[in-house]
Design a binder for this molecule. Structure first.
Ligand code: HEC
Length: 249
């Protein structure tokens, strides 16, 4: 397959001659394979070969022994289809790594639904829950001080300022009702209302999802009414929690 360059053959011959070795098959091969290119190549080499031959020949006479070379040439090569396989390896590894990355935490569930609903509240209370002027904010512990438990929080949201006007105040801090907070029972489904309470308490109140396991279970309960009445009382909420808890558990 691979031809031994003419000048190497020539050098080998010279070496063998210098060492007094016989078996000179060289000329026959050279004339058989060399053809017309041989004379040009060999013209200048004998002198050089003769000069370097003793040193090299003494060191590495096996250079001209060809079985290893023949074996190397005959061994299996990397198959042609390995090229496209190697080409797509980076793409494959990229896709594989993508499948390992965790989905975004806010991608779904009650918390995500609550976050979406909060867009309706942000116009008054601020996107960061800081409030504005007479509109109360939720941060710095205010939310949890007003509603230490979520049942009161749900009741307030469902009824709004109008629903508490007769009472005159709301929350654990007995905050005077100034007016202006819509009654959300008329605009949100029961699940949406619970979801936004869930979101507010985690996002602004600093509670954890573990703290609100009961609220989440309630929000995800299929037996939940479609919506809350505008007259929703604390007792109604507590009854709902008690009645729906076994179904969820
Ligand atoms: C039109 C403006 C407006 C919108 C929209 C609004 N709120 Fe309010 N919210 C108020 C006002 C005003 C108060 C104070 C009510 C009062 O004193 O009678 C309030 C009070 C509250 C409180 C009590 C906070 C405290 O610690 O006293 C909570 C909780 C609350 N809103 C949640 C919400 C949520 C959740 C939404 C969206 C679903 C929402 N609000 C949408 C105006 C608004």
């Amino acid at each position: 397959m691979t031809e031994i360059p003419e000048h190497l053959l020539e050098r080998s011959r010279a070496r063998r001659a210098a060492l007094g070795l016989g078996g000179d098959a060289g000329p026959a091969t050279a004339s058989a394979t060399g053809g017309s290119t041989a004379p040009a190549t060999t013209a200048s080499s004998p002198a050089k070969a003769a000069a370097s031959a003793p040193v090299v020949a003494a060191k590495k006479p096996e250079v001209v022994v060809t079985p290893e070379v023949r074996a190397a040439n005959a061994r299996k090569k990397i198959p042609w289809w390995a090229a496209p396989v190697l080409l797509f390896l980076p793409l494959w590894s990229f896709l594989y790594v993508q499948t390992l990355s965790k989905p975004h935490v806010h991608a779904e569930g009650v918390l995500a639904e609550g976050e979406a609903i909060y867009a309706k509240c942000a116009g008054c209370h601020g996107a960061t829950g800081g409030g504005a002027g007479a509109i109360p904010g939720f941060t710095n512990g205010v939310l949890l001080a007003t509603f230490p438990d979520f049942a009161h929080h749900v009741e307030w949201l469902a009824r709004g300022s109008e629903g508490f006007k007769a009472i005159g105040s709301y929350g654990a801090t007995n905050r005077p009702v100034a007016g202006g907070m819509p009654a959300w029972a008329a605009q949100l489904t029961a699940k949406q209302l619970l979801a936004v309470v869930y979101y507010e308490r985690i996002h602004f109140g600093g509670q954890t999802e573990a703290d609100l396991e009961q609220l989440k279970t309630l929000a995800e309960n299929p037996a939940l009414p479609a919506s809350f009445p505008l007259t929703l009382t604390l007792e109604d909420v507590e009854k709902l929690i008690t009645n729906l808890a076994p179904a969820a558990g």
